[in-house]
Ligand binder design. Structure first.
Ligand code: EPZ
Length: 431
């Protein structure tokens, strides 16, 4: 299994190209199930999760082709990919595939809307919490689906003439995935759907814009009320994946922690205002430049700041671990409260191996900043936790080896290359 070796202590100087967003690309790829035409997606990041979803979609009958070889957009490896679901050959998403990646459960929406039926394995729990699917089930039932859960599968059928029926649905809790799924399903339903308390994440807006380009009638995406007027059929389209705001925030925090001056090329401040404001309060200088975001921090030290994770536009849970990494070297105490997932503190023990002082009280971590971290072998059980260890390793004294690199490969394109291009000593050790 590959590992990443880091020798900490260097400042980061230069530029880092930001890739297309994993969490925008995945639902956009799933949207290709809604039409028999070709959906062309630009700026799709080259990541393990994308490759896995290509396999899952292939099982339903989606063909794909990559335009050119790796297109050089912002000098990343992000590519343009054509997806064509001429015919849906299978409406079952089996356990072997869904269990590998939770987002693949989302195929339930388009399959049900286009074919009138879907049989999708329950995704199961994962390292960051139980992550139930009750909101998907309630929401699809509100749109006229009969749903049974049998033998680990959710079996959904449209009650009337194989077609879903528009309705009003109020999400009892904000869910990004359930908003994606209900928006896709409602696009092909009969009549009007109103989704209230919908997720406002930029990835939801990116999906809505793609669906609109495919002929859907969607109003209000990006606000908490989304109205969808169902249409008979959707067509193909060409659409661009937004830049990855979590990757942007992660590298901004790396610069804040290691020190230096880096331009995050293609990064967009408007997708990340809350986290960048927080970073500003730590003493990091953030400015908008022509081709992205410039992040600078000199040696004056990191001020502690308390954060609470929240749905967009609040501080993202997907940056919580990285921010905790930064706070381990702040000049004092900070409190980090996780409100989205109940078990997203797997990085705490590992950061402690580098010398961090963190105590947990329920959903809050109290971080007592130390003046230096010391490198050590570490490992983590999810993507964002792993990258928080990389960031900490960049600032730690000596050598840090991060094990289980496959987590990083799920969501960070060319991580070692991007960081070493800015002067970090970081390399992949294949074994
Ligand atoms: C998306 O997951 C992201 N994944 C996550 O990123 C991200 O952390 C999360 O949104 C929150 O921003 C992708 O986009 C592929 P949710 P999702 O439904 O949609 C509860 C990463 O590292 N809930 O918004 O699965 C749920 O348990 C990943 O890139 C229910 O209770 O998250 C959680 O507490 C990790 N019932 C809360 O809602 C449901 O039916 C928000 O989850 C669905 C969700």
């Amino acid at each position: 299994m590959d590992r990443i070796r880091i020798v900490g202590g260097n400042h980061l100087e230069g530029r880092i190209p930001i890739s297309g967003a994993k969490n925008a690309a995945l639902p956009l790829m799933i949207a290709s199930l809604l039409t028999d035409d070709t959906l062309t997606l630009e700026n799709v990041p080259h990541l393990a999760d994308v490759e896995q979803l290509i396999r899952i979609l292939g099982n339903h009958g989606v063909d794909y082709s990559v335009n050119g070889r790796r297109e050089r957009q912002h000098e990343g490896y992000s590519r343009t990919i054509n997806f064509t679901a001429r015919q849906i050959v299978d409406t079952t998403a089996p356990y072997e595939l869904v269990s590998k990646m939770r987002a693949s459960f989302w195929v339930i929406g388009p399959l049900l809307a286009r074919m009138g039926e879907a049989r999708v394995s329950l995704p199961g729990g994962c390292a960051i919490g139980t992550r139930p699917v009750d909101l998907f089930i309630d929401g699809l039932q509100a749109l006229g689906a009969d749903i049974d859960v049998d033998n680990g599968y959710v079996i959904a059928k449209a009650k009337t003439n194989n077609r879903l029926q528009g309705n009003r649905y109020v999400f009892p809790k904000v869910s990004v995935g359930a908003t994606h799924v209900l928006m896709m399903a409602a696009s092909l339903a009969r009549g009007e759907t109103v989704l209230e308390n919908a997720a406002r994440e930029p990835e939801v807006v990116n999906l809505a814009e793609c669906l609109i380009a495919m002929g859907a009638k969607i109003y209000g995406a990006g606000t908490s009320t989304i109205t969808i007027q169902g249409v008979e059929a959707l067509s193909g389209a060409r659409h661009q994946v937004i830049p990855d705001r979590i990757e942007t925030g992660t590298y901004a925090m790396a610069v804040a922690m290691a020190g230096g001056d880096v331009v995050l090329e293609g990064g967009r401040i408007d997708l990340l205002e809350n986290a960048l404001n927080v970073l500003g309060q730590t003493g990091t200088e953030i400015t908008s430049v022509e081709n992205g975001i410039r992040v600078r921090r000199n040696g004056v030290g990191i001020d502690p700041v308390d954060v609470v994770t929240e749905p967009f536009p609040g501080f993202p849970t997907d940056l919580q671990a990285q921010f905790m990494g930064l706070m381990t070297m702040a000049k004092g105490k900070s409190k980090i409260t996780e409100t989205i997932f109940e078990n997203r503190f797997m990085h705490v023990q590992e950061l402690a191996r580098l010398g961090a002082r963190i105590t947990l009280a329920g959903q809050t971590a109290i971080v007592d900043g130390v003046t230096k971290l010391k490198g050590a072998p570490v490992m983590a059980t999810d993507l964002r936790a792993s990258v928080s260890l990389v960031i900490a390793g960049l600032a730690a004294e000596g050598e840090t080896v991060v094990n289980r690199v496959y987590h990083l490969d799920r969501g960070f394109e060319r991580l070692e290359e991007k960081l070493s291009g800015c002067g970090a000593i970081i390399e992949r050790i294949s074994s």
